[in-house]
Design a protein around this ligand. Structure first.
Ligand code: NAG
Ligand code: NAG
Ligand code: NAG
Ligand code: NAG
Ligand code: NAG
Ligand code: NAG
Ligand code: NAG
Ligand code: NAG
Ligand code: NAG
Length: 581
C-alpha cells in the first residue's frame, strides 16, 4: 500500500472509527421492572479481572494474518491451548470482514505468550502462581505469566476480549492493560457420577466450561450408594456388580482421558471414594464389608429415618482395610500427579453400628462406647492408609464435627448449614471453627447448585434473577470469627452439583450459567460485588458460552444476538435440531 493511500484511508477511518458502534448482543426486555445496573461491554471478561484498563478505540483482527505464539517451544499445555483457542477466537457461523483496508497500526498482528518458568511437563498445584498480565498496544499483544497455568488464564481472558462489531469486524480494544490473579487458589466444582451416570463427552464439556470460568479443581464424586462406575483393574467386581450396567462405567483409559483433558486446561482432578457411609454400591461387590443393621435381635432391618438394612462399612473387619489399602493404592496410581484423595466420611449412621452385636462386642473389648469412637477408629485406619501410600486426605466435615481428632493437614470440606439441616449451626460457625483449629478448609455449604429455586429477587426498586443473586451475593467471610491466619486457611470453595436429579440430559444447563456467578466470587476482588452490574456482564458471558457450545441457560430475558442456539442459522448441522434442513 502506498503512503498516500495509507494516509487517505487513515483519514476516512478516523471518521469510520469515530462513529463505530459495537454490536449489542443482549436485548434485555423487561417492561414493568426495568433493570438497574450498567449494561456490559460486549467483550467484558468473566470473571472480572483484578485490574483492567481498556481504551475505547479498537484494533482489528484478520483471522488469516494473526498468530498467537509462545516463548516455550514444544510445550504441550501451551501448544494445545493455542490450537484449542483458534475456533474460540473466531465465532463460528459468522462471516468476518477482512480489515485489509485499515492502517497497519489498527490491525492486531500477534500475541506473544511469555512464560517465565520453562517447566512444561507439569500438573497444576494449589500453590502455583496463577496470575497473568495482558497488554495490547495497537498491533501487538502480550500475555505474561510465571508458569503455564497463569498463561492459560491469560489466554482465556484474551479470547473473551475479542468480539464482532456491528459491521462484522473481529475487534479488540486498541490499548488494554490487565493484571490479574485469583482471590482464592482453590476453585472447585463437584460432579456426582454415582447417583446418575455422566457420559465422558458431557464431563469434557463440563471441564471446558470450568476453564471458561477459571475453575481449577474438578472434584469427581465417583462412588455412592447408587452406583460404582469406576473400573478397577484390581477389583473388576466393583463395576461388574456395582455399576448400573456395563455401559455405565469409566474405563481406565477414559479416566486418564478425563484427567488429561482437565490438566491441559489447568484443572486438577480430585477423585472421591466415599466411605464408611454411602457404600451400598461397594456392598454389592463385597457384601461382607457392610454392617448388618439390627432392629432388636433381628438382623438386616431398616428402621425408617434411623438407618437402612445394610448401608455402612463394618469398621471391625480387617479385610475392609486390606481392600482399602490395595484399592486406594490403585486410585493413587491412577490419579498419579494429584496429591489428594477425597475420602468422603460424611453422613454415617451410628445407630446401625450400635445395633450390631459384633460391633457391641468390639466396643466393649476396646474400651469404646459410641459412634464417635468407631469413627475415630475408622478414620485413624483410613487416613493412615492414605498417608502410607503417599496421598493427602480431604474429607467432609462430619467426623471432625462429631469429635474425631483429624490430623492437621487433612483438608476439611464444610457442607453443613441450617438451610440444609434445620438443627445445624450455620456454615459460618463451622468455617470459623475449623480454620481456627488449624485446618485448611474448602467451603461448599452456600454453593449447593443442585438446590434450585425459581423466581425473582426483589428489593424496593430493583428486581433480579433470584438464582443468580443468591449465589453471587455470598460473602464467604460472613460472621467469620477467626483471625487473619484462620482466614488464610479458607483455601477456596466448591460448587456442588449432586446428582439426585441430574444426568447427561441436564447437567450442563443446570450448572451453567449459575456456576459462573460463584466463579466470579472466587476469582475476582472482594469489591466486585455489584449484582446489578454483574448480571449484564454475566449475560454477555452466557452468550459467549453458548457460542462455544455450552448449553448455558439464561439469567435475563432477551436474546443473544445472532449467536444464539435456536436461531435458524445456527440450527443447521446442529444434531439437536436434526429435523431442520
Ligand atoms: C487507562 O489507560 C489510559 C490510556 O489508555 C490512561 O489515560 C488512564 O489513565 C488509564 N487509567 C487508569 C485507571 O490507569
Ligand atoms: C487508542 O487510544 C489510545 C489512548 O486511549 C492511544 O494511545 C492509541 O494510540 C489509540 N490507538 C489508535 C490505533 O488510535
Ligand atoms: C472496548 O471498547 C468499546 C468501545 O469501542 C467499549 O464499549 C468497551 O467497554 C471496551 N471494552 C472493555 C473491556 O473495556
Ligand atoms: C504483572 O505486572 C506487574 C506490574 O507491572 C508486575 O509486578 C508483575 O510481576 C506482572 N506479573 C506477571 C505474571 O507478569
Ligand atoms: C422393630 O421391631 C419392633 C419389635 O419387633 C417392631 O414393633 C417394629 O415395627 C420394628 N421396626 C421396624 C422399622 O421394622
Ligand atoms: C480397657 O480398660 C481397662 C481398664 O482401664 C484396661 O485394663 C484395658 O487394658 C483396656 N483395654 C484396651 C484394649 O485398651
Ligand atoms: C464417646 O465416648 C468417648 C469415650 O469413649 C467420650 O470421650 C465421648 O465424649 C463420647 N462422645 C459422644 C458424642 O458421646
Ligand atoms: C450471619 O449472621 C446473621 C445474623 O445472625 C444471620 O442472619 C446469617 O444467616 C448468618 N450468615 C451465615 C452465613 O452464617
Ligand atoms: C431502597 O432502594 C434504595 C436504592 O437501592 C436503597 O438505598 C434503600 O436502602 C432501599 N430501601 C429498602 C428499605 O430496601
Amino acid at each position: 500500500m502506498s503512503h498516500t493511500l495509507h494516509f487517505f484511508i487513515s483519514i476516512v477511518l478516523c471518521f469510520v472509527i469515530g462513529i463505530h458502534r459495537v454490536q449489542s448482543e443482549i436485548t434485555y426486555i423487561e417492561a414493568r421492572y426495568p433493570l438497574r445496573g450498567t449494561p456490559s461491554a460486549p467483550n467484558a471478561p468473566w470473571p472480572q479481572p483484578q485490574y483492567l484498563n481498556a481504551s475505547l478505540n479498537l484494533t482489528y483482527i484478520d483471522p488469516d494474518f494473526f498468530i498467537v505464539y509462545s516463548n516455550l517451544r514444544n510445550c504441550d499445555v501451551i501448544d494445545k491451548a493455542i490450537e484449542r483457542y483458534q475456533p474460540l477466537f473466531y465465532p463460528p457461523k459468522l462471516t468476518i470482514r477482512s480489515p485489509d483496508t485499515f492502517d497497519d497500526s489498527r490491525v492486531l498482528i500477534s500475541v506473544l505468550i511469555e512464560i517465565r518458568s520453562k517447566k512444561c511437563d507439569v500438573y497444576p498445584d494449589l500453590h502455583d502462581d496463577q496470575s497473568y498480565n495482558i497488554t495490547i498496544e495497537n498491533a501487538y499483544g502480550k500475555i505474561t505469566a510465571e508458569n503455564v497455568w497463569g498463561a492459560l488464564n491469560g489466554l482465556e481472558t484474551f479470547s473473551q476480549l475479542l468480539f464482532i462489531t456491528d459491521d462484522d469486524y473481529l475487534a479488540i480494544n486498541a490499548s488494554v492493560t490487565i493484571r490479574d490473579w485469583p482471590r482464592f487458589p482453590y476453585r472447585g466444582l463437584l460432579l456426582d457420577s454415582s447417583r446418575h451416570f455422566l457420559p465422558v463427552p458431557i464431563l469434557k464439556q463440563q471441564i471446558d466450561a470450568m476453564s471458561y470460568n477459571k475453575y481449577n479443581v474438578f472434584h469427581w464424586h465417583l462412588s455412592d450408594d447408587q452406583s460404582w462406575p469406576f473400573v478397577s483393574k484390581k477389583f473388576p467386581q466393583l463395576t461388574e456388580k456395582g455399576a448400573f450396567s456395563p455401559d455405565h462405567v469409566y474405563t481406565p483409559e477414559e479416566v486418564q482421558d478425563i484427567i488429561e483433558h482437565a490438566r491441559l486446561r489447568g484443572i486438577r482432578t480430585i477423585p472421591e471414594f466415599d466411605s464408611p457411609g454411602h457404600v451400598a454400591a461397594l456392598g454389592r461387590a463385597f457384601p461382607e464389608f457392610l454392617t448388618d443393621c439390627y432392629n432388636g435381635s433381628t438382623p438386616n432391618q431398616a428402621i425408617y429415618s434411623k438407618h437402612a438394612a445394610r448401608e455402612i462399612i463394618d469398621v471391625t473387619k480387617d479385610e475392609v482395610y486390606k481392600f482399602m489399602k490395595e484399592f486406594l493404592q490403585e486410585v493413587k496410581d491412577t490419579f498419579k500427579y494429584e496429591p489428594y484423595i477425597h475420602l468422603g466420611m460424611d453422613e454415617v449412621t451410628p445407630a446401625c453400628w450400635l445395633s450390631n452385636p459384633n460391633i457391641q462386642k468390639f466396643l466393649k473389648d476396646n474400651n469404646m462406647t459410641n459412634g464417635t469412637d468407631l469413627m475415630t477408629h475408622y478414620s485413624n485406619k483410613i487416613l493412615g492408609i492414605a498417608k502410607s501410600i503417599g496421598a493427602k486426605s480431604m474429607v467432609w466435615q462430619d467426623p471432625w464435627d462429631d469429635g474425631v481428632k483429624l490430623p492437621l493437614g487433612t483438608v476439611i470440606g464444610i457442607w453443613k448449614d441450617t438451610s440444609l439441616l434445620p438443627d445445624s449451626p450455620p456454615w459460618s460457625y463451622f468455617l470459623s471453627k475449623a480454620t481456627s483449629e488449624g485446618y485448611d478448609t474448602v467451603l461448599s455449604a452456600p454453593f449447593y447448585l443442585n438446590m434450585i429455586k425459581y423466581g425473582k429477587y426483589e428489593t424496593n426498586d430493583s428486581v433480579m434473577n433470584l438464582e443468580f443473586f443468591r449465589w453471587y451475593n455470598i460473602d464467604l467471610f460472613a460472621n467469620f470469627t477467626g483471625d487473619d491466619a484462620a482466614r488464610k486457611r479458607l483455601i477456596g470453595a466448591e460448587t456442588t452439583l449432586w446428582g439426585e436429579f441430574v444426568d447427561g440430559t441436564n447437567s450442563l444447563s443446570r450448572l451453567w450459567v449459575r456456576a459462573s456467578g460463584v466463579a466470579e466470587r472466587l476469582w475476582s476482588s472482594i469489591d466486585v460485588n455489584n449484582p446489578e452490574d454483574a448480571q449484564f456482564r454475566l449475560d454477555v458471558h452466557r452468550c459467549r458460552m453458548l457460542r462455544r457450545g455450552i448449553p448455558a441457560a439464561p439469567i435475563l430475558n432477551g436474546y443473544c444476538g445472532p449467536y444464539e442456539a435456536g436461531m435458524k442459522q445456527s440450527m443447521v448441522n446442529d444434531p439437536i435440531f436434526s429435523y431442520i434442513d
